[in-house]
Design a protein. Structure first.
Length: 159
């Protein structure tokens, strides 16, 4: 009889720990951010790690703020830092999870949500850009460039 009680107690404790953290259960420790840009096709980095090309959905851990950079040749770079705010689901621990649920949610980051939730970068044209091809540096400069301009010549490299 004692072994049945012990097994039942272990099962109840494991189940209680498994369902203790309301925010962890409701939305997990990660959050998806939709990242778009105008124009599309820009490279997106999160915390200096490339995650894709716009439009892209990046899954970020909720426990830390993140720096998101959007870059496209010929355009000024765009950068934004997410902030974390306490999520309403963590309050469910007051009814169901208790102190254990609060500890779990705050430890794994599920107690937070990241803002902004969607990012739409409006990239501004740059008046200067540069690139290196086959050991040659190409520098492009314009002053109030007009979309109707046509290329009429090219400078020759000096060696």
């Amino acid at each position: 009889m004692n072994s049945k009680i012990a097994v039942s107690l272990v099962v109840v404790l494991v189940a209680a720990v498994g369902v203790a953290a309301c925010a962890s259960i409701m939305h997990g420790t990660g959050q998806k951010l939709n990242i778009a840009s105008e124009p599309a096709g820009a490279t997106v980095s999160v915390d200096d790690e490339v995650v894709g090309v716009t439009p892209v959905v990046a899954k970020l851990r909720r426990n830390d703020p993140h720096t998101i950079a959007v870059k496209l040749d010929g355009y000024q770079p765009f950068q934004i830092r997410t902030t974390r705010h306490m999520d309403g689901w963590v309050l469910g621990n007051l009814v169901f999870g208790g102190p254990l649920g609060l500890i779990i949610d705050f430890t794994d980051g599920a107690a937070y949500k990241l803002k902004p939730q969607d990012i739409a970068a409006q990239l501004a044209r740059s008046n200067a850009s540069a690139k290196v091809e086959n050991g040659t540096l190409y520098v492009f400069l314009t002053r109030d460039a007009d979309s109707t301009w046509q290329k009429v010549g090219q400078l020759q490299p000096v060696r």
